[in-house]
Design a protein around this ligand. Structure first.
Ligand code: OOB
Length: 526
């Protein structure tokens, strides 16, 4: 690991990725490659051409420079799907400051930690999200500058950073950290994933090619723009690199998304399975014209084969399964794959340079076609989490493969089928909840002696979160409502709160004395 918390690729592999053309002298700030007069971005009532967006990014870059943000700095960005998000992202990467991409749902517990871990120079947020006031939270954060989109109160308005452009004093290098993504997490505290300019540019360009993006693509964003899937798989940045149009929606609700598909003639959208299920249902009662849709990308959690098969029939567009991770590796079903592979698999690796191994508990490859843990390394998969040397010793093999914690089976075609998970994480419809992180918060409750968090199957969400609790003697057991209030005051994002509580006297143990989460989950199934 280098002094700045980044684990580089070994020299021999780096030389190979360069020689074979995966890594180019490419910068994230240069991805706006559309015709200057064409529409790059539609967000609410704003419509920006490529020329407009380019100018806005340069002007806001000048504003961040004036604030004192420089190459090598980190800035925590927490914005909803707005033009401000896109402009802020481009402005920061142009001056070589890495955006730390928090989700709008994160709260003080996550944001404070991210500011501290990244030693962020600034925090960029919206004014509010419904009842929640980001500015009130910002007052307590350890950052020099708070920049607010909307009503800034005493803070710096994002709009005030829009000033005359200046020459960038120090351009970033392609091997610099371009952006820091959030990991789904399996530990007590969130982890940050450093993505270099050149690896992320490869990620988004290769994805755009595999997904057939062109200047005619109109991409509707319904997932948080800060999520890797919507940002770069191929996402917003993949559209910019191929000259198409990005349309931002506030959410995946059919009420908001369908009218935008009709109005903007959207051709592609990326969703998580619960949104796909909602859409499959909603077409029967909605009267919007969705005939422009050509491709629905579904990923983030397992999408059932039967449902995938329904997409072309019900929505009239092709479906693509995407099994990806912010850490890097992306698997896509290909547009010309036979329908059984598209429906029944989660795709195959994006890059010829992706190395995958499927191994047993000892790290030995399993026979072809059998289930094992997926390990991977490649030109766009991290070699270490940011500033996490101890965790990195467990999360990577000695030869640099990332242990995904996903249980998969690989077909002779290379396609992967996700069969389960080994990591201690709940996948709640694509939102990832670290069991340990939630357990630590629960253990801080005065009535709770011990806590174990497990995922329970759910038809729509795939999984929901159940907290098994051992209550202290003489203490009143908290209700689910009590616990949610408690977790709210602790500043934990609401998607991480438990959906269900179960009180137990003791936890079942494995032979080595660990809590058996399998046995706990089994007590709930009839
Ligand atoms: C995407 O990224 P993350 O970082 O939120 O979550 C990664 C994890 C994977 O390790 C796997 O456990 C799960 O999410 N996952 C899937 C899946 N796609 C992701 N599990 C089953 N089937 C799938 N299709 O979720 C992500 C990043 C980029 C593109 C798409 C998704």
């Amino acid at each position: 690991m280098t002094a700045d918390g980044f684990t580089p690729w070994p020299a021999d592999l780096a030389a190979r990725y360069e020689a074979e053309g995966y890594w180019k002298d490419a910068l994230l700030g240069d991805v706006l490659r559309g015709d200057p007069s064409r529409t790059a971005l539609v967000a609410g009532s704003e419509r920006l051409t490529y020329a407009d967006l380019d100018r806005r990014a340069d002007r806001t870059a000048a504003g961040f420079l004036r604030l004192g943000v420089r190459r090598g700095d980190r800035v925590v960005v927490q914005l909803a799907n707005s033009a401000g998000f896109v402009v802020t992202f481009l402005a920061l990467v142009r001056i070589g400051a890495a955006p730390v991409l928090a989700l709008p749902a994160h709260r003080e517990s996550e944001i404070r930690y991210l500011c501290e871990l990244a030693e962020a120079r600034a925090y960029v947020c919206a004014d509010r999200d419904g009842d929640f006031d980001y500015r009130a939270m910002a007052r307590t954060l350890p950052v020099e500058h708070v920049v607010v989109e909307g009503d800034a109160q005493e803070f710096t308005p994002l709009a005030s950073l829009d000033i005359d452009p200046v020459d960038v004093p120090e351009r970033p290098a392609p091997s610099d950290i371009g952006v820091l993504l959030l990991s789904g997490g399996t530990t007590g505290l969130p982890k940050l994933i450093p993505r270099t300019h050149r690896d992320y540019v490869y990620n988004l360009e290769a994805s755009a090619e595999v997904c057939g993006f062109t200047s005619e693509t109109v991409y509707l964003v319904v997932l948080p723009a800060a999520h890797n899937f919507a940002l770069a798989c191929p996402g917003i940045l993949g559209v910019f690199a191929t000259g198409g149009t990005v349309v931002l929606a506030p959410s995946g609700s059919p009420d908001e998304a369908f009218p935008l598909i009709e109005r903007e003639r959207a051709t592609v959208c990326a969703v998580v399975p619960p949104i796909a299920l909602l859409w499959l249902d909603a077409v029967s009662w909605s009267d919007e014209d969705l005939s422009s849709l050509e491709l629905l990308q579904v990923g983030g959690a397992k999408f059932a084969a039967e449902r995938a098969a329904e997409v072309p029939k019900v929505l009239g567009c092709a479906v693509q399964q995407v099994f990806g991770m912010a850490e890097g590796l992306l698997n896509y079903t290909r547009l010309d794959d036979p329908s059984d592979l598209v429906e029944q698999t989660q795709g195959r690796p994006l890059s010829p340079a992706d190395e995958v191994q499927v191994v047993d508990g000892n790290g030995t490859p399993v026979p072809p076609g059998e289930v094992g843990e997926l390990l991977t390394r490649g030109p766009y998969t991290l070699r270490g989490y940011y500033r996490a040397p101890e965790h990195n010793r467990r999360a990577f093999t000695p030869d640099g493969f990332y242990r995904t914690g996903d249980l998969v089976r690989q077909l002779p075609s290379g396609h992967l089928i996700v069969e389960g998970r080994e990591k201690d994480q709940i996948n709640r419809g694509g939102d990832k909840v670290s069991a340990e992180e939630l357990e630590n918060h629960l253990l801080a409750h005065p009535a709770i002696h011990d806590a174990a968090v497990v995922g329970i199957p759910d038809e729509v969400m795939g999984e929901r979160t159940c907290a098994f609790l051992v209550i202290r003697e003489q203490a009143d057991p908290p209700t689910l409502k009590d616990l949610k209030d408690f977790l709210r005051t602790r500043g934990l994002a609401a998607y991480k709160w438990p959906d269900r509580l179960e009180q137990v006297d003791t936890f079942p143990r494995t032979p080595v004395g660990k809590i058996s989460k399998k046995a706990l989950a089994a007590t709930l199934t009839p």
